[in-house]
Design a protein around this ligand. Structure first.
Ligand code: KQY
Length: 368
C-alpha cells in the first residue's frame, strides 16, 4: 500500500541519500520498443540482463516488464531476480521511477516527479509517455512506500545529490523551456530543496555533447562521496566535449557544497567519439514521433553513467582504448567495492547508459 502525502520530504524530515549509501535493492525496466532498440530490442535485452545480473550480486534486483515480455524475461534472468509486470513506454527507470527519500527513524518514501519523455512535444523523445508517467507510483505500491507527488517535471537522471544537502544538475536540462517553462531558476531550486531535503545547488552549464536528454548530469558527473565528484573529461581540445568538461570542472572547483566543503574533481576519460553505424541505425524501426537513429550520429558515451551499488560498481564498457583506465580510476575511488565492467554499447545506442536504466532503493536508516 502507498498513500499520497500532502506534505513535502523536507517538511517531514526526509532527504534523498547519496547513491554511495547502503541500498536495499535496485529496479530496472525491460526494453522492448523496436523504434528505440535495434533488432526488436534483442541485443539490448541481453545487455540489460547482464547489468541486472551484475547488480544482483550487490543487492536484490527487481525487473519491471510488460506482459508481452514477461515469460521471456523471467526465463533469461536468474531466479533470485524478482520480475514484476508493470507497463512502461520504454526502459529508463532512473528517469520515470521514483526518487527515494529516507529519514533517520527507519522511514522510506518516494518522490514521484512529473515526466514528459525528456521534453514533451517540444523535443521529447517519443509520444505518448503516459505509461511511463505511472511507473513511479506503481513501484511505490510494490515497495509499500508512501508517495510525494512533486509539482515539477523532472527526470531522476537530471539530478545527483551528496545526501548531505547538495544537489548537482545542469542548466541545459533543468532550465530548458521544455521542462518547466513557467518556473524561474530560484523556483526550481526551491522545489528541489523541498522534495530532496537539500539546501545547496551546484549548477553545471551543459551535459555531455549531443545527449538527447538535454544534458542529464548523470551522464556527465556524479558524487563518489560528499566532496568528491567524478567528471567525464575529454582531453582532446578539438572535441566539443572538451569545453563542456572544462567548464564543468571550473564550476566544480569554484563551488562549495552544503557543508561548506570544496569539491575534489576526479577526471574520467571520455570514450570515443563513438558513432552509430549504418547497420545499427537500420535495425531500428522508423516511427513518426520517435527520435530517429541515423548512421554517423555521435552517441553521448560516458563512463560517469555507472551504477554505484552497495558492494559493487557496475560501469559501462564502451571503448577498448580506455575501458581499462576508467575501471582503474573507479577502483581507486571505491577501494571497498568490486568494480565490474559490462558491455554497454547496446544500451548507449538507445540513448543512455547503466545509471539511466537503474534506480536504487536505499536502505532504511535508523538512529541518524
Ligand atoms: O539518459 C537517460 N537518463 C535516459 C535516456 C533516454 C533515451 C531515450 N531514447
Amino acid at each position: 500500500m502507498s498513500a499520497t502525502l500532502a506534505s513535502t520530504p523536507a517538511a517531514d524530515g526526509y532527504r534523498m541519500p547519496g547513491e554511495f549509501e547502503e541500498h536495499q535493492g535496485c529496479w530496472i525496466a525491460w526494453p522492448e520498443r523496436s523504434d528505440n532498440w535495434r533488432l526488436g530490442a534483442k541485443p539490448a535485452q541481453e545487455a540489460y540482463a547482464a547489468v541486472a545480473e551484475a547488480i544482483n550480486l550487490s543487492e536484490p534486483v527487481t525487473v519491471a516488464v510488460s506482459d508481452r515480455q514477461f515469460e521471456h524475461c523471467r526465463t533469461v534472468l536468474s531466479p533470485s531476480i524478482r520480475v514484476v509486470e508493470i507497463s512502461t513506454d520504454d526502459a529508463w527507470i532512473r528517469d520515470m521511477g521514483p526518487s527515494f527519500v529516507v529519514d533517520g527513524s527507519g522511514g522510506r518514501r518516494g518522490v514521484d516527479w512529473h515526466f514528459n519523455a525528456w521534453g514533451g512535444l517540444d523535443g521529447g523523445l517519443y509520444f505518448p509517455w503516459d505509461r511511463d508517467e505511472r511507473v513511479a507510483r506503481k513501484v511505490l505500491e510494490v515497495e509499500g512506500a508512501d508517495r510525494y507527488r512533486a509539482p515539477i517535471v523532472l527526470e531522476g537522471g537530471s539530478i545527483h545529490v551528496d545526501g548531505e544537502g547538495t544537489v548537482m544538475a545542469t542548466e541545459e536540462c533543468l532550465l530548458n523551456a521544455n521542462r518547466n517553462p513557467d518556473l524561474s531558476r530560484e523556483q526550481i531550486e526551491q522545489a528541489l530543496f523541498e522534495y530532496l531535503g537539500a539546501e545547496k545547488m551546484i549548477w553545471l552549464r551543459r551535459g555531455v555533447y549531443n545527449d538527447e536528454t538535454d544534458g542529464h548530469v548523470d551522464n556527465l558527473a556524479c558524487f563518489a562521496r560528499p566532496g568528491v565528484v567524478l567528471l567525464t573529461y575529454a582531453e582532446d581540445e578539438s572535441d566539443p566535449q572538451h569545453a563542456i568538461s572544462r567548464d564543468a570542472e571550473e564550476r566544480l572547483q569554484r563551488a562549495r557544497d552544503a557543508r561548506g566543503r570544496s569539491i575534489e574533481v576526479v577526471r574520467l576519460p571520455s570514450p570515443g567519439p563513438i558513432t552509430i553505424t549504418a547497420e545499427e541505425a537500420s535495425g531500428v524501426d522508423a516511427v513518426a514521433g520517435t527520435l530517429p537513429r541515423r548512421d554517423g550520429d555521435r552517441l553521448a558515451a560516458s563512463y560517469a553513467n555507472f551504477y554505484l551499488g552497495t558492494t559493487r560498481v557496475v560501469f559501462p564498457l564502451l571503448d577498448e582504448r580506455c575501458d581499462e583506465r576508467a575501471g582503474e580510476i573507479l577502483r581507486g575511488c571505491f577501494p571497498e567495492r568490486e568494480v565490474i565492467g559490462v558491455p554497454a554499447r547496446e544500451i548507449l545506442l538507445g540513448g543512455g547508459n547503466i545509471h539511466c536504466i537503474t534506480q536504487q532503493v536505499p536502505a532504511r536508516r535508523e538512529g541518524v
